[in-house]
Design a protein around this ligand. Structure first.
Ligand code: COA
Length: 386
């Protein structure tokens, strides 16, 4: 089976982009990636578009056709489909594109993710975002993504004697890294005190523990080894790709602070790549809420259960032993659902090609990306390398 490379990447700025529509965002990111890869429409075998909630937020379905049409690719007859896996749509689409090349069916695939969320406000957008939960067993009773994360945080902090300060280290690190990322939604640095004193959202989580509501898009171009060699392209390699599921409803799980999907996906990804945890130069986590970053560090196998608090003060910094979210993460780079997983791949591409400027992780060789659906129902892990 062919190795698969990322040969081009592009993204829009993330944020409240009131002057750009869903299609504008998708096309902007896609064309940047195509230009970066130096390919033409005749080279593209397929387009995969990741999106979580356009049907419900923007009342627009048929995203694959929309992207192909407005990218000027419709007259080429290129297949274009949407992949939906909630907030993990991006990495799920990346994986499908990867498999399509591995299978030998395609040589070049453009895979993008887009979400346009800020046109709705207040309880309207919170209600739509809550559709990533189990509507009948969770959201119907008033649960929201933030309140579910708060329940998980409370139990975790109680059982492992974790102070709120440990949670606050996640947004402090994210905002610091995002201050060096021109595409990030929030580029202001914050102190631990600011994080701890920010507005309560769902106790014990404050505003700074929560990712924002975001617009944004990201895209990458994948190519087979054969295409890369024949066309003299330069790229980074997808060493492994894995996906795993857990119960949708948190109440059905044995432990509410264990993301089994992350555990399983990470095990498979490491096994397939042949790498060890120590080999990883940096990780991009799905920190939609600060508590999730701590749990993910544990369930992805980087630290024992209950001990993430030991590494969040120093190790996760850009110059630490395990840099986390050099992009700024979901908290500060932003959380446009369908774009997140592809945006993580864009960051890995930039880092592994040593083009990240001020936020460059020195000597980066291998990146681990974790994109998760909702409260951990699905996890997709990719390991990329030079
Ligand atoms: N972090 C930092 N600042 C934020 C922020 C966040 N998460 N969310 C909003 N802000 C800022 C806005 O930029 C704005 O700043 P300004 O006054 O300087 O312009 C201010 O706070 C008020 O913004 P507004 O949009 O009115 O906030 P809100 O109160 O409607 O929303 C939350 C705040 C926390 C409720 C919202 O960000 C949220 O729901 N986050 C969670 C998203 C989520 O559930 N994702 C699901 C992942 S599974």
């Amino acid at each position: 089976m062919s190795d698969v490379y990322i040969i081009g990447a592009g993204e829009t700025k993330y944020g409240e982009l009131w002057n750009k529509s869903l299609r504008n965002l998708a096309v902007e990111a896609g064309l940047k990636a195509i230009e970066d890869a130096g390919i033409y429409s005749k080279d593209i075998d397929a387009i995969y578009g990741a999106n979580g909630l356009a049907g419900t937020i923007n009342e627009q379905e048929n995203i694959g056709a929309l992207i192909a049409d407005f990218s000027g690719l419709s007259n080429e007859g290129i297949p274009a489909i949407r992949i939906e896996a909630s907030t993990a749509s991006g990495a799920a689409a990346l994986r499908e594109a990867y498999l399509s090349i591995k299978s030998g069916e395609y040589n070049v695939v453009v895979v993008g993710g887009v979400e346009k969320m800020t046109d709705l406000h207040g309880s309207d957008i919170v209600n739509k975002m809550s559709s990533i939960l189990d509507r009948e067993w969770e959201a119907f009773y008033g649960a929201t993504p933030a309140s579910m994360a708060a329940i998980i945080a409370r139990k975790y902090m109680h059982d492992f004697n974790v102070e709120k300060e440990a949670l606050a280290m996640i947004p402090v690190n994210d905002h610091n890294n995002a201050s060096k990322n021109p595409d990030a939604q929030y580029r202001n640095k914050i102190t631990v005190e600011q994080a701890l004193n920010s507005t309560p959202v769902a106790d014990p989580l404050n505003l700074m523990d929560c990712s924002p509501v975001s617009d944004g898009a990201a895209a990458v171009v994948l190519a087979s080894e054969d295409y890369v060699k024949k066309n003299g392209k330069d790229g980074i390699r997808i060493l492994s790709s894995a996906i795993a599921e857990d119960y949708l409803s948190v109440g059905s799980r044995e432990s509410i602070y264990t993301f089994n999907s992350a555990r399983l996906a990470a095990e498979k990804a490491f096994m397939r790549s042949g790498l060890k945890r120590d080999d990883i130069s940096f990780i991009e986590l799905h920190d939609s809420f600060s508590i999730y970053a701590l749990i993910e560090l544990e369930d992805l196998g980087f630290v024992e259960k209950g001990h993430a608090k030991d590494i969040v003060y120093n190790d996760i910094k850009l110059d630490g032993s395990l840099p986390v979210n050099p992009s700024g993460g979901l908290k500060a780079k932003g959380d446009p659902y369908g774009a997140v997983g592809i945006g993580q791949a864009v960051e890995a591409y930039i880092q592994l090609k040593e083009k990240a400027g001020e936020r460059q992780v020195k000597g980066a060789k291998y990146a681990l990306l974790h994109n998760m659906a909702g409260t951990g129902a699905s996890s997709v892990v990719h390991i990329l390398g030079i």
